[in-house]
Write a protein that binds this ligand. Structure first.
Ligand SMILES: [Zn+2]
Length: 188
C-alpha cells in the first residue's frame, strides 16, 4: 500500500458535524489496485456523515499508471493549474501527462486509459455528440459507450469507426484535454 493519505477538517453541510476526514492524495494503479477500485466506484474521498449525508471532498490527487506511462493530477483550484502544468513539464517525465479539475474527470480518464483509447480523440467525439455533459463509460468491440448526465442519466453509443478516423492524427502536446480543448481543435 503506497497511496498517500492526508487528514482534512470537514464540516457536514447538512447537520454541521465536524469531521477529520481521510483524503487519498496519491494512487499508484499497480500497488494500490484496491484504492483504484474504490476511486472508480465513486467511494474514494467521500465524507460519510452519521446523519446519512455523503459529501464529495475536493482533493489534489496524483494518479500514476507506470506500465502505461500515464500520470494524471486532480487540481481542484483553478489558480493551481498553471503551476501544476509547469511542474509536470519540468519533471521531464515521459508518457502521457494530464491535469483535470475534479475526481470525476480523473475517473473518466482512467476508464478511457483502461479501454486502450486516447482521451483527446474521445473529447473530440464528445463535442460532436452535442450534449452539455457527456462522460465516457466503456467500450466494446463495435461501439464506444457514453453516459449523458442530465436530470436522468442516459446512455449513448458511438461506432468504433468514428474513433478510428480521429485517432490517426498526431497526439496533442497539451496537458489539459477537455471540452474546451476539443472545441478549439474542431474546424468552425
Ligand atoms: Zn451530517
Amino acid at each position: 500500500m503506497t497511496s498517500i493519505t492526508g487528514k482534512v477538517p470537514v464540516r457536514c453541510p447538512v447537520c454541521g458535524a465536524e469531521h477529520e476526514a481521510s483524503v487519498v492524495q496519491s494512487i499508484n494503479a499497480h500497488t494500490d489496485p484496491e484504492v483504484k477500485a474504490r476511486l472508480l466506484a465513486g467511494e474514494l474521498n467521500v465524507l460519510a456523515c452519521h446523519c446519512g449525508k455523503r459529501t464529495p471532498l475536493a482533493a489534489t490527487i496524483v494518479f500514476v499508471d507506470l506500465a502505461r506511462l500515464f500520470y494524471c493530477q486532480v487540481v481542484p483550484d483553478a489558480s493551481g493549474v498553471a503551476k501544476a502544468i509547469a511542474a509536470f513539464r519540468d519533471s521531464g517525465t515521459k508518457g502521457t501527462q494530464r491535469i483535470v479539475r475534479t475526481q470525476n474527470e480523473l475517473i473518466e480518464k482512467i476508464k478511457i486509459l483502461d479501454a486502450n483509447l486516447e482521451d483527446w480523440a474521445i473529447e473530440m467525439i464528445k463535442v460532436g455528440l452535442d450534449e452539455p455533459v457527456v462522460l465516457f463509460d466503456r467500450a466494446d468491440e463495435a461501439e464506444l459507450h457514453f453516459v449523458i448526465v442530465d436530470r436522468i442519466v442516459r446512455g449513448l453509443a458511438v461506432p468504433r469507426a468514428t474513433y478510428s478516423e480521429l485517432v490517426g492524427r498526431e497526439p496533442p502536446s497539451e496537458l489539459v484535454i477537455d471540452r474546451t480543448w476539443a472545441l478549439s481543435e474542431l474546424p468552425n
